[in-house]
Design a protein around this ligand. Structure first.
Ligand code: NAP
Length: 486
């Protein structure tokens, strides 16, 4: 019999009353690994009640006390890194070499960063000729976090870290496809000494997410997911004028100039398309290569893709290309590849589903590279969220800036050049919230990240995010006798 997990409310796992459950499948085997109870009405009510109590206790603590508990959680996450990485790989299909090095580490980094800031949140004061005012940065209340399936524990940490450091409580709903990471994080927080109700986890599909977005007791929703879902969440949040943070999709460009180091440019393109089997929001799925270096770039890209990619059991340490999240998503990615071929792009590499010996039942797709792409092709315009790279030629700086910006998304962009003036000139014209120069994908906790245009609202990480999880109160002090015409 498969194990059945429950919702995590007020420091413990609780039963629902309807008995409704859903199954979680290991994408690398296609088999059900465990079941999870849906948060029904009883659980939902308990989650709100608990988060209210959690908020009252947590927000009344000294910031430095909150900080100590968060640091303790960081230590526990690091101690448990390898075991948590294994669970994350089973949920997501991602190679263990990634989850061990990145997923839990970067989640813990964010908690550590915000733990360090908790005690430095302050207001200011200004003299007004006797009278004066001062400001206080106060927490918002109960915040909701709604996560995507591609970086489950990292997303939960990135949302919880600033929210909790600022004194809020959080109810987090992970994706139905990957609910394990958030449950693990909740237990870590409890073991670290966090008061019950500060971080609750509710399970279920979009209906549970929609309930959170609408609920009047919730002050803010921090959402990670697709643009279409983000719009729904924002519309639902508007009924109670909730604050929102939206971390949404992208179709980011990587621009390889003629003076770039080609080996590094190929590394950037491969990292930004094949890491996490392409299921990364910031992926540079439109790779613009200057015509003078196009052939050299392609030669090395094809050689390295052919020789260096190892698809297989995500738990094997050599595997560097894992399984896509579901059969449905694999089929969607394959449909995009088919459309690419039909619309006239040249399939330079890959393009098919694969069944590696070590994981024959998994949802794998070969790393796929298209050339002879034009800007109006479906594969060049739409987010695919799989290992599918479109390579495009360009000849002129202004032309490529205009083409790079010619999208409704604006999450990220990268450029490879040795010319420092060009680097800044181009970056300043790119419509993207995150820009990498001679690098791609690095996202340290110190750096604020988020999208322009349809890619999002607000930021995660960086000091900036403290503003998104607090509200400013201005307090005016009348020191002189109050004058009145009445
Ligand atoms: P999704 O389908 O939009 O789902 C995201 C979350 O929203 C899931 O927990 C989902 O629940 C929930 N949800 C679905 N309908 C909802 C509704 N009406 N109200 C409230 N919540 C609802 O996205 P995904 O397929 O999980 O993730 C892939 C997308 O996330 C890509 O577009 C990717 O670019 C984006 N992403 C962005 C970032 C970033 O930082 N910008 C990071 C990672 C991913 P269920 O899944 O359980 O149905």
């Amino acid at each position: 019999m498969t194990q059945c997990y429950r919702n995590y409310i007020h420091g413990k796992f609780v039963d629902n009353t309807t008995g409704e459950t859903f199954e979680v499948i290991n994408p690398a085997t296609g088999e059900v690994v465990y079941e999870v109870q849906v948060a029904d009405e009883t659980v939902q009510q308990a989650a709100i009640e608990s988060a209210r109590k959690g908020f009252a206790q947590w927000s009344a603590m000294m910031p430095v006390e909150r900080s100590r508990i968060l640091y303790k959680a960081v230590a526990l996450l690091r101690e448990q890194n390898d075991e948590l990485a294994r669970l994350e790989s089973i949920d997501t299909g991602k190679p263990i070499q990634e989850t061990i090095a990145v997923d839990i580490v970067t989640g813990a980094d964010a908690i550590e960063f915000f733990a360090g800031l908790a005690a430095s949140i302050e207001g200011n004061q200004q003299d007004l000729g006797g009278d004066f005012y001062y400001t206080r940065r106060e927490p918002l209340g109960i915040c909701a976090g709604i996560g995507a399936w591609n970086y489950p524990i990292q997303i939960a940490c990135w949302k919880a870290a600033p929210a909790l450091a600022c004194g809020n409580s959080m109810i987090f709903k992970p994706s139905e496809e990957t609910p394990m990471g958030a449950m693990q994080l909740a237990q870590v927080f409890t073991r670290a000494g966090m008061p019950d109700g500060v971080f609750n986890v509710v399970h279920g599909d979009g209906r549970v997410g929609a309930w959170l977005a609408e609920h009047e007791a919730i002050a803010k929703v921090s959402f990670t997911g697709e643009v279409g879902t983000g719009k729904k969440v924002m519309a639902a949040a508007s009924n109670t004028l909730k604050d929102v943070t939206m971390e949404l999709g992208g179709k980011s460009p990587l621009i390889v100039f003629q003076d770039a180091d080609i080996e590094e440019a190929v590394s950037a393109a491969m990292l930004g398309n094949f890491y996490s089997q392409g299921e990364v929001c910031t992926n540079c799925t439109r790779v613009f290569v200057h015509e003078a270096v196009f052939d050299a770039f392609m030669q090395q890209l094809l050689e390295r893709t052919q020789n260096n990619i190892i698809a297989g059991d995500p738990l094997h340490p050599d595997t560097n290309l894992g399984a896509l999240i579901s059969a449905k998503h694999r089929d969607l990615v394959l449909d995009y590849i088919e459309q690419g071929k039909q619309e006239g792009a040249t399939l330079a590499y890959g393009g098919s589903a694969i069944q590696p010996h070590s994981a024959p039942g998994g949802y794998f797709v070969e790393p796929t590279i298209f050339t002879d792409c034009s800007d109006d092709m479906t594969i060049v315009k739409q987010e695919i969220f799989g290992p599918v790279m479109s390579v495009l030629r360009f000849s002129d700086e202004q032309e490529v800036i205009q083409r790079a910006n010619n999208t409704s998304y604006g999450l990220a962009a990268g450029l490879m050049t040795r010319d420092v003036r060009r680097a800044h000139r181009v970056v300043h014209q790119l419509q993207a919230g995150i820009c990498w120069v001679n690098s791609y994908g690095a996202s340290p906790a110190e750096m604020p990240v988020g999208g322009y245009k349809l890619s999002g609202i607000g930021r995660e990480n960086g000091i900036e995010t403290l503003k998104h999880f607090t509200q400013l109160k201005a307090v005016y002090l009348g020191m002189n006798k109050l004058e009145s015409p009445f």
